[in-house]
Design a protein around this ligand. Structure first.
Ligand SMILES: [Zn+2]
Ligand SMILES: [Zn+2]
Length: 269
């Protein structure tokens, strides 16, 4: 069991279940000390089943703040969002950055409303993905890169372009001192499946984390909870870690995500 988690969704996104309070109670039962909520950030266009509606944002904020207060003797709770880096939505992202305790980058599409990262298959798209990460890091948008290897969900093989993407992301992580996440969500839940050059998890991907290990990147674990019960099992954590077994990864057990977020916000805004 892990002691803290900054990657937690709520049912507002339309593909997670359970009440907000159930996530808190499950986290406490699991012995966690810090719980960060990071539901999928809304944009000005509704995307049901993918992210919360903008109309639900204030309810999300007040619910998390209420739980923060009510459970303060048992667990530290933080308000965050998982956002994409969309230049077209920058004003909204800036507003979120100011209001949240922290933010994580989960780049699920390259451009708002199109080019889904779950369907990428060519090297040019990997390069675009890296560009989004670079923009987010260099503009202090986020405090962690969630599932850095997300494009490997669909990318059919491990080739030179994948290694280049891994190196670029590793260099950015070191340059901006932003941790990369070992994600225990969908990739681990789907399990090993077949690609052009063999079988592997959709993510995390060993070859990519091998590069992160070589470059000594900061690494953290994210449960990516979409169900309160995700905190009560180690099954997916172990699946993710098994895929990376033997790598010399600098896994931080208690990264100072909130303290670092404060500094990044001061620096930029
Ligand atoms: Zn989700
Ligand atoms: Zn997530």
């Amino acid at each position: 069991m892990i002691k803290n988690n900054y990657h937690t969704h709520t049912r507002r996104c339309g593909h997670a279940i359970g009440l907000d309070e159930h996530y808190v109670q499950a986290a406490i039962s699991a012995g966690m000390k810090k719980l960060g909520f990071s539901d999928h950030a809304p944009y000005d266009v509704s995307e049901p089943g993918i992210r919360m509606d903008y109309e639900d944002l204030e309810d999300y904020i007040s619910s998390v703040n209420d739980l923060k207060e009510r459970y303060k003797d048992e667990i530290e709770i933080y308000l965050g969002l998982e956002t994409e880096c969309y230049i077209a939505k920058w004003d909204l992202l800036k507003e979120y950055r100011e209001r949240m305790d922290y933010m994580i980058l989960g780049q699920h599409s390259l451009v708002f409303g199109k080019e889904d990262v779950y369907t990428l298959t060519n090297p040019a798209e990997l390069r675009e993905y890296v560009k989004r990460v670079e923009y987010a890091f260099s503009h202090s948008l986020c405090d962690c890169l969630a599932h850095p290897d997300l494009p490997m969900f669909s990318y059919p093989r491990i080739d030179r372009s994948v290694r280049k993407m891994a190196e670029d992301i590793a260099n950015l992580s070191v340059k901006y001192d932003i941790p990369l996440e070992i994600n225990c969500g969908s990739g681990a839940k789907i399990g090993i499946r077949s690609y052009e050059d063999g079988c592997r998890l959709p993510y995390p991907v060993r070859d990519i984390f091998e590069v992160f290990a070589e470059k000594k990147c900061r690494i953290m674990i994210g449960i990516d909870a979409h169900d309160p019960r995700d905190f009560l099992t180690d099954t997916y954590l172990n699946t993710a870690l098994d895929a990376l077994k033997g790598l010399d990864l600098k896994i931080e057990e208690d990264p100072d995500i909130i303290g670092e977020a404060k500094k990044r916000k001061e620096k930029y805004f």
